[in-house]
Each structure stands twice: as structure tokens, then as C-alpha cells.
Design a protein around this ligand. Structure first.
Ligand SMILES: O=C(O)CCC(=O)C(=O)O
Ligand SMILES: [Fe+2]
Length: 283
């Protein structure tokens, strides 16, 4: 498997060639739907949002502090990665700049439906800041069977994806099946001999490009330069039942009544979202 880069792909061809078979793909031009394209730079965030705060590795930083760290980081001494800001709660001013969120490809997305509040479980719209050598801490499958869309708005990042069917080579953690025990950037083959059979595919996501990471695909990432990305999640009729099942498994051992109420709500919402799809209401 290789990750193709496409341009001017029709929605129909995307659905048939990549979405339905669950293959990752890089769009060279999807982000032209967003005002954020060519606007997001470290200087833009320093000028406008220097005071916004987020927590990285349990420590609170301002955007300005993080940008300083990123500017001064080197491959051998990288700033922490990823530095994430939840866009709706921390920098809501960015929302109009990343509309339509799905760039006319990540549709339908039931997380965008009025049936779901933006804070619903598994739904994230985040700004990621990184610097050269900044590696995602763990190879993983995204929680809750969501599809992920990662748009590189400044700088470059390597994305590492694995073809489906390589779970046994990835050594899922016994206490967390979504995360790999293998340090894929420096594998220990004595400890994880089957990882030799894994076939990681690395693709460089350049400024303006977007990678679609279908649910269930092992992946990780590494920034190559100072880097700004926007990441959001997608659910719809194709992964919704798995999503609901994951939400149930996550919640069932807590407050049982609450978990049952969430389950009932999710099941009911499915029918409203399906009807919405018929009318193309979710963009
Ligand atoms: O762009 C990246 O660093 C990878 C992010 C990712 O895979 C995630 O947040 O789940
Ligand atoms: Fe991920």
C-alpha cells in the first residue's frame, strides 16, 4: 500500500476509491475551501492569540510561550509534541476560518449535526503546534472508531500509517488496545520481534495538504519543521454503530443510568442523522 496524493478529486471518486475501502489519502487542495489556508503562521498566532492557554504534559502554557519554545527547539531537543488547543473552547475565533469544516469531502459528519453538542465524546477539533523532531508519543488507532482529518496549514509533518490487518505486529497494550507498545521511531525488535513484519508507510504532508485517516488504521506522526495543523474527527452511517459501541464500553462501568441514557440518545440520534443525510443537511 502507498498513500496516494490527489488533486481535484470528485467527492464521488473519493467515496468509492478511498472512503469505502478505508484507505488513507492525501488531498493536495481540499483546504482551499478554508480561509485558514495561507493565513495560519506562527506570527499570526503570536499576534492574535498569544495569551490563550493550554495544558501540555500536565503543565499550563500560553500560546506565546509555546511558540517561543517551538522557535527555539531543535531536532535533538524538540519542544513537547503535540501542543494542542481545543478550538471551540480555546480559540473559537478560528471556527469561521475552517468552514466548511469537512472541506466538501468529510461529509456527512454527524458530529456537525445539531443532534450532537460539540463537546460530545470523541469529537475533537484541535489546533496542533509542533516543531522539528516532535514525535506523537505513541502509535495508535484513534479512539471510538472515528475517522480523522489532519490538515497541515504551516510547515511539514511526516505521517506514518499502517495497512489494515497488522494488529498482531503492533503489540496493542494489554490495558489499552488502541495504543501500540512499540516505539515505532526506534523499535526494539528483541522485545517486539513481530514488528519486523509491519509495513509502515511514511507520507510527508506539506503546507495546504490534508490526510484522511480512516477509522481503525494504526498511525503516528512527526513534525519536520515548525508546524501548524488542524485536526477534526468524523462519524456517519458507516462507523456510527462501532462508535456507539465504543462509547458504551467506555461509559458502562461508570454511572450505569447515565450510560444507558447516553446509549438511548445515541440510538435515537442515528435516525435523525440518517434523515438529515437524505436532505444533505450536514456539511
Ligand atoms: O498529527 C499528528 O500529530 C497526529 C495526531 C493524531 O493522530 C491524533 O491526535 O490522534
Ligand atoms: Fe490519531
Amino acid at each position: 500500500m502507498e498513500v496516494q496524493k490527489v488533486e481535484n478529486l470528485s467527492y464521488k471518486d473519493f467515496m468509492n476509491e478511498f472512503y469505502k475501502p478505508g484507505l488513507p489519502v492525501v488531498f493536495k487542495d481540499a483546504s482551499k475551501a478554508w480561509k485558514a489556508r495561507d493565513l495560519f503562521t506562527p506570527d499570526y498566532f503570536r499576534k492574535n492569540y498569544s495569551d490563550r492557554k493550554t495544558v501540555v504534559n500536565e503543565k499550563e502554557y500560553t500560546m506565546g510561550e509555546l511558540l517561543d519554545m517551538i522557535e527555539n527547539s531543535s531536532e535533538s531537543n524538540p519542544a513537547p509534541y503535540p501542543c494542542k488547543f481545543d478550538i471551540p473552547s480555546k480559540i473559537p475565533e478560528l471556527l469561521p476560518l475552517i468552514r466548511p469544516l469537512g472541506m466538501n469531502y468529510a461529509v456527512p459528519n454527524w458530529f456537525q449535526s445539531k443532534m450532537f453538542p460539540s463537546v460530545v465524546i470523541g469529537n475533537q477539533t484541535e489546533l496542533f503546534l509542533g516543531s522539528p523532531g516532535g514525535k506523537f508519543p505513541v502509535a495508535h488507532i484513534d479512539y471510538f472508531h472515528t475517522n480523522a482529518w489532519v490538515t497541515q496549514l504551516y510547515g511539514e509533518k511526516n505521517f506514518i500509517v499502517y495497512p489494515r490487518g497488522q494488529d498482531e505486529f503492533m503489540y496493542p497494550k494489554p490495558n489499552n488496545q488502541w495504543e501500540s507498545e512499540v516505539n515505532i521511531f526506534n523499535p526494539d525488535y528483541e522485545k517486539h520481534p513481530k514488528y519486523r513484519n509491519a509495513t509502515p508507510i511514511t507520507v510527508t504532508i506539506k503546507q495546504g495538504e490534508t490526510i484522511f485517516v480512516p477509522w481503525g488504521i494504526w498511525h503516528s506522526a512527526e513534525s519536520l519543521t515548525p508546524s501548524i495543523s488542524v485536526i477534526f474527527d468524523q462519524i456517519n452511517g458507516s462507523n456510527y454503530d462501532d462508535y456507539v459501541n465504543d462509547v458504551w464500553n467506555y461509559k458502562k462501568d461508570g454511572n450505569r443510568m447515565k450510560a444507558l441514557a447516553v446509549l438511548a440518545y445515541c440510538r435515537m440520534a442515528k435516525y435523525f442523522c440518517k434523515v438529515g443525510d437524505l436532505f444533505g443537511s450536514v456539511q
